[in-house]
Structure formats: structure tokens, C-alpha cells
Design a protein around this ligand. Structure first.
Ligand SMILES: C[S@@+](CC[C@H](N)C(=O)[O-])C[C@H]1O[C@@H](n2cnc3c(N)ncnc32)[C@H](O)[C@@H]1O
Length: 412
């Protein structure tokens, strides 16, 4: 069967790759992956990636240093990646008409650069759901700058905020997924005949892979057209994007959709049978956890001497085993309010690294190439793999229905 060549950016320990390699028709071939953890001598995520995968080119270079030539040479059909939520504002270049300039070190521009040099058929990106609202002072600006850039590069875009637990997984993890396809694809042409509403609710990429009801939550639905001037968007655009949406030619339709919930896996179901003593906590540590998870009111003083009361509500004493786990963060290995606390017949304990992997749907011991602390860190950064498999299956469906003669635009 025809293969789709994939580049995995910000690859971490390979969540996208495992997900895509598990699809029904095994159409995906990851031929280039890049992973580089800034300012770390030991590259744990990259080492784990190369330990687990033997094919394709594995690049361990700061993505900003990867040349246009190397990107263009990969000639891939799909670019995938989970990238940080940063400040995407732009300004007109000082040199005058020579285009626009984004802030240095902002990694979305590296994705845009890659797309520009390869013009892949599809893109599939992941980010925290906060991206839709950022920055707080100009709600929606960053996502609008992103959409405008992808529009300019020739892509129609669908997005959906997905909570993994809503679709049968063991963790409440809300992430935004962004799927784009080149406007002149056969698929884009076929979907062009459909309304934005139809795409979001019924026939689009996410509607097919992650079914929703016909309901619109609190009637939250709206449309907007992006300015053609990205600097104008960056300076003035402010808007409430809802969890589902579609953009074609800069015209946006967005709605607050409601999932067709699937029975989740519970935290209790993914726990290991035998757990090493090292994960059980001393009385002192249990007390610390109890304090952190409890309700509190603390008097604090700001740098300029202003006094205020910091308060937070209480959480359950330990994590419920009969529902999906809370979101796992990169700080999972430290004693902190968001770290999971389990009570079993032997006592109080934290998660084991294997349980952390299971919460994301990774194979057991996937990250056993690195110290525990880093295993939790990498899982806090990673995505829920079965979601990607569902998306991969949907891309395969599209591919089997609409075969384009040439997959790449000839840019060079
Ligand atoms: C959100 S995580 C992606 C995790 C991945 N999806 C997974 O399943 O493990 C983002 C990754 O980008 C990497 N990264 C950060 N800055 C980078 C840069 N300048 N060049 C390349 N990779 C970078 C981080 O080390 C991190 O592993």
C-alpha cells in the first residue's frame, strides 16, 4: 500500500509516531524526526526515541538551526508535532517591505518554515487548549496569527479541543488538535462543497474521528473573517474561539460542541499489580501531600508591600480510582498539589513510571532508558497516543478516498 511520509517535529519520546504506526492500514512512515531539549547536556527524550525506533533520520538539533535545505530535502506528505504555547505576535520588519517578523525563539515559526519549504499535503499539530485564549490581554490573538499564517501558506484548517477521557482514555487531558490540508487537494475540493457547519458537526476530519452531538453548548457559535494583514491581526484582533472550528480562506466558523462521550478507562484500571516499595510515601510526605491538597488561606505580601490573602479550595485526599486520572504535568515526580496520590492496601504512594506511561497510552517501559524523574517529565510533555491513532485512521480514510496524483508541490 502507498505510504505517507511523515516528519515529526518536537518529537519528544515519539507519541505521534507510536500513534501513527498503530493505524489500521499502516500507511505512515516516519522518515524524519527532530527532538532537542534546550540547555540539557543529556538528551533523554532523544535517546529514548532512538532506542525505540530504528528507521528514518533522527535529528537532535535545535530546530531553529535545521537548514531550509535539510527540511526541503525530506519531501514529506505530512508534518506532525506538539509545540509550546508562546507569544505569536508579529511586527512589520524594520527593513520595510520585506515581510513580517515574529518574536525570536517562537517555535511555531519553525513549523511555518518547514511547511513553506515542503508544502506537505497535511499537517497535524497539538498544543495546550490555552492557545485558543492567549494572550490574556488580547484573547485569541495568538491562534488568529497562527490561522492567518497557515491560510497564507495555502491550508484550510480544522481544530478541536479534545479531552482524552471523553473518548475512552484513562486521563482527563485537554489539548487542542489542529488539522490542515492543502487547498488544492482532492479532499479539500470535495469538502469545499460542504458548509462550515456541516464540516464541524458531521463530515469534517474531527467530526468523523471524534463524534459529537448536534447540540451547541450555551448557543456558543460565531463566525469571523480574518484581516488579510497579519500585523493588523497581531495588533488588534481579539475574539473568543470555541473548542471546535473550521477556517477556509480566512473565514472562520467556531462552535462549542459536545462530545459523544465514550466510557473511559479509570485510574484504578491502569494501576500495576505489584508496586516497588520506593513509590510508597513516608508519613511525613503523606502529611505534606495532605496539606498541599487541603483548603487554605494564606496571608501574602507582594514585592511592593501590598498584603493579600491567597486562598485555594480543597481537593479529595487521594485520587479517585473509579474515574479517569487528572491531567499529568511535567512536575509529576515532585511533591506538589497536582501530583497524583494513590491509596492502596499497602499505603499511600505516587504513580509508578509505567502507570504514567499507561495514562498516555504508551507501551509499558517505553521510557525506561532514563531516570524516573525524567520519565515523569517526558510523560507530562507527551500526548495521549490512542487519540493520534484515531486521527491517523481518519487520514488513511481520506487517502483511500481521494488520491492525488502528485503529493508535493514542486517548490524547487
Ligand atoms: C510538548 S513536547 C512534545 C512531546 C511529544 N509529542 C511526545 O509525545 O513526547 C515538545 C518537545 O519539543 C522539544 N523542543 C523544545 N525546544 C526545541 C527546539 N528548539 N528544537 C527542537 N525541539 C525542541 C522539547 O524537548 C519537547 O520534547
Amino acid at each position: 500500500m502507498k505510504k505517507l511520509k511523515v516528519a515529526e517535529m518536537f518529537a519528544g519520546v515519539g507519541g505521534f509516531r507510536i500513534g501513527l504506526e498503530n493505524t489500521e492500514n499502516h500507511m505512515f512512515e516516519i522518515i524524519w524526526a527532530n527532538q532537542w531539549e534546550p540547555s540539557r547536556l543529556v538528551q533523554h527524550a532523544y535517546d529514548c526515541y532512538t532506542h525505540n525506533f530504528s528507521t528514518g533520520i533522527h535529528s537532535n538539533e535545535d530546530i531553529t538551526k535545521v537548514t531550509n535545505y535539510e527540511m526541503a530535502n525530506t519531501n514529506v506528505d505530512i508534518i506532525v508535532g506538539g509545540f509550546p504555547c508562546q507569544d505569536y505576535s508579529v511586527a512589520r520588519s524594520l527593513s520595510g517591505e520585506l515581510g513580517i517578523q515574529g518574536k525570536k525563539g517562537v517555535l511555531f515559526w519553525e513549523i511555518a518554515r518547514y511547511i513553506q519549504h515542503v508544502a506537505p499535503k497535511y499537517i497535524l499539530l497539538e498544543n495546550v487548549d490555552r492557545l485558543l485564549k492567549s494572550p490574556a490581554s488580547q484573547r485569541g490573538r495568538d491562534f488568529a496569527v497562527m490561522l492567518s499564517t497557515l491560510n497564507e501558506l495555502g491550508y484550510d484548517i480544522e481544530w478541536r479541543v479534545i479531552n482524552a477521557a471523553d473518548y475512552g482514555n484513562a486521563q482527563k487531558r485537554r489539548r487542542i488538535f489542529i488539522f490542515g490540508y492543502r487547498r488544492e487537494n482532492q479532499y479539500a475540493k470535495s469538502i469545499f462543497k460542504k458548509s462550515a457547519e456541516n464540516i464541524v458537526f458531521k463530515d469534517g476530519f474531527f467530526a468523523k474521528a471524534f463524534p459529537i452531538t448536534n447540540e451547541i453548548y450555551k448557543n456558543r457559535i460565531s463566525t469571523v473573517k480574518l484581516s488579510e494583514d497579519i500585523v493588523d491581526i497581531s495588533d488588534n484582533f481579539s475574539y473568543t474561539f470555541h473548542p471546535s472550528g473550521f477556517m477556509r480562506n480566512g473565514e472562520i466558523y467556531t462552535a462549542h460542541t459536545v462530545p459523544r462521550y465514550e466510557t473511559p478507562v479509570t485510574l484504578g484500571e491502569i494501576l500495576e499489580d505489584e508496586v516497588d516499595d520506593q513509590y510508597y510515601l513516608s508519613e511525613e510526605k503523606v502529611e505534606k501531600f495532605k496539606y498541599l491538597r487541603g483548603p487554605k488561606k494564606i496571608e501574602r505580601t507582594t514585592k511592593d508591600g501590598h498584603k493579600y490573602t491567597f486562598s485555594e479550595g480543597g481537593m479529595s485526599e487521594t485520587d479517585a480510582l473509579d474515574s479517569p486520572a487528572r491531567t499529568m504535568l511535567t512536575s509529576e515526580s515532585s511533591i506538589n498539589r497536582s501530583t497524583h496520590l494513590i491509596k492502596d492496601e499497602k499505603g499511600y504512594r505516587t504513580l509508578t513510571p509505567v502507570e504514567a506511561e499507561r495514562l498516555n497510552g504508551f507501551p509499558d517501559n517505553w521510557t525506561d532508558t532514563m531516570p524516573d524523574k525524567m520519565r515523569f517529565f517526558c510523560m507530562g510533555n507527551a500526548l495521549v497516543v490512542p487519540l493520534i491513532t484515531r486521527m491517523g485512521n481518519e487520514i488513511e480514510n481520506i487517502e483511500m478516498q481521494y488520491t492525488d496524483e502528485s503529493t508535493q508541490l514542486k517548490l524547487f
